[in-house]
Ligand binder design. Sequence first.
Ligand code: ADP
Length: 339
Amino acid sequence: MSAPPSNANEECVGPQSETAGKAASCAGCPNAKVCASGELNKPNPEALAVQETMNNIGRTLLVLSGKGGVGKSTFASQLAFSLARRNKRVGLLDLDICGPSVPLMLGLQGQEVHQSSSGWSPVYVDVEGGGDECELGVMSIGFLMPDPDGAVIWRGPRKNGLIQQFLTNVDWGELDYLVVDTPPGTSDEHISIVQLLKASLKKGDGAIVITTPQEVAMMDVRKELNFCKQTNIPVIGLVENMATMRLAADSLTFCDKQGNSVDMDALREKCPEIFNLDVSLSVFPQSGPGPRGMAEKFNVPFLGSLPLDSHLQRATETGKPVAQGNAHGEFERIIDSII
Ligand code: ADP
């Protein structure tokens, strides 16, 4: 099955639809003729090769977002850690080829890929808090780059070729879960990933979509959800990230309306009970019905809301699983519901 071509009309019904190329919304689309011919729906040999590699993989979880910076790689990395800590055999495939952050988020910077007779060997992580059975193998384009600060300046065909290699040439062995971190948006690379992976998806596989509550992020995430709908990728659920934040009042400093610091000792003496409380705030006040409303509108499960949390941020920057803080409990609850 094919994803919509990148130059398709906005209301594309998808090349696999019975009305592909013939629906009213196809009028004027440059792909109408080829869609109507059914050509885009033929099984593609590269997708068949991917299918062969994916035979030993239990469940495939694609982590998607319409927008960069919403926490997609953070979620994918922590999801992989959390599944491994539950004694699962996990692979994490970083296909975010222009901005691979997985090596940093898994504490694997500077590692290289090794070639074996059966393909590229993943880099294995020693998972803090993981049991004997746990296994976490990682593959990222970041391992192929000599300079982590170097820009990936590749054009479409080369990027698509690389994605194909990552999907067919990694020797994962037997896995319970493969977590795939994808590029943001619905770019050409993204379409290639879906085209190549689609035929390999089994029951229970699908996409976890990450968003923040601002309209600027949600408008792109709606496109992502429509993309999943058009390409028949099941959406396991939507996760809201960084909507709220909770802090101990004791960790705050106060200032007056002019921005001048307040004498904290005097304030503590005047109202000591305040300093035993937590304060919580909406970091990005949501637009309209917010991510929960968006999930309802698209008829996909709302998996939960991860707060902005310095423990989570620090864990990702030091390549560790998050084990405490406000996001930790909610994160584990979300993983429970995914499993
Ligand atoms: P994306 O993959 O969507 O581009 P990242 O996962 O790279 O986004 O996250 C962007 C930044 O936001 C990172 O520095 C990450 O540590 C931070 N971040 C993401 N989610 C949270 C959170 N819930 N709390 C604190 N920091 C977060």
